[in-house]
Design a protein around this ligand. Structure first.
Ligand code: 5RP
Length: 230
């Protein structure tokens, strides 16, 4: 009989962290809900306790549709003053809880809901854990008429910005704007980087989450779900 630990697929790791995040949801909560394949696992898990929560504030049309399909009420962000918890995935997370987000193009609404929340619980498989942010192409939501001047600003920093396409056309976010994906950056000062880029005219949101960093990361590893607090 083999005693070796079975290797868990990335999908299974996502399922486990999605379920583990339920521990951070309190009865009666309106829960802040992010976007992406890991969050989809959390939404499915949340469905099992839907009668014990009031509902959710969602960060994307895709998450809203999934929540509603499970019978979870979705509140407008303007209808709530504070949320106790926001649960979302990440494209990268560093040892201080700073993240790159926006691989699913939902970064602006994600930052808005995170800013409403007392605690950001990041759920991620261990492939997302990095010493320094920047290997994942950095998403930046931009006003279309500013896209090329913003791309030139990144080029001056050694970055290369590419307009995100869908079916051969510029992808439009839920806010009707475009996404630049920027490669070639090493983001050693996430807070300073976020402050600077967010001030460039035409930037809606940069996908560095330093102001809205994670308070807790539930990291899916081969050895189980590891809890990291920042
Ligand atoms: C969407 C996001 C996601 O949280 C991020 O892309 C991670 O997604 P996934 O869980 O599918 O790997 O920021 O805008």
């Amino acid at each position: 009989m083999s005693t070796s630990t079975p290797t868990l697929s990335q999908d299974e790791l996502k399922t486990r962290v999605g379920q583990a995040a339920l521990d951070y949801v309190l009865p009666g909560d309106i829960v802040g809900v992010g976007t992406g394949s890991t969050v989809n696992k959390f939404i499915d898990a949340l469905g099992t306790m839907k009668d014990r929560i009031r509902g959710a504030v969602s960060s994307s049309e895709a998450s809203t549709a999934r929540l509603k399909a499970l019978g979870i009420e979705v509140f407008d962000a303007n209808a709530v003053e504070r949320l106790s918890v926001y649960v979302d995935g990440a494209d990268e997370i560093d040892p201080r809880g700073h993240m790159i987000k926006g691989g699913g193009a939902a970064l602006t609404r994600e930052k808005i809901v995170a800013a409403l929340s007392d605690r950001f619980v990041c759920i991620a498989d261990e492939s997302k854990w990095v010493p320094v942010l920047g290997a994942f192409p950095l998403p930046v939501e931009v006003i279309p008429m500013a896209a090329q001047q913003i791309a030139r600003r990144f080029a001056a920093w050694g970055g290369s910005a590419r307009l995100r396409l869908k079916d051969g056309l510029p992808l439009l976010t839920d806010n009707g704007q475009q996404i630049l994906d920027v490669t070639g950056l090493q983001i050693t000062d996430p807070l300073g980087f976020e402050n600077t880029v967010n001030n460039w005219p035409g930037v809606v949101t940069v996908g560095v989450f330093a102001h809205q960093k994670a308070h807790v990361c539930l990291l899916g590893t081969a050895a189980g779900v590891k809890t990291v607090t920042f």
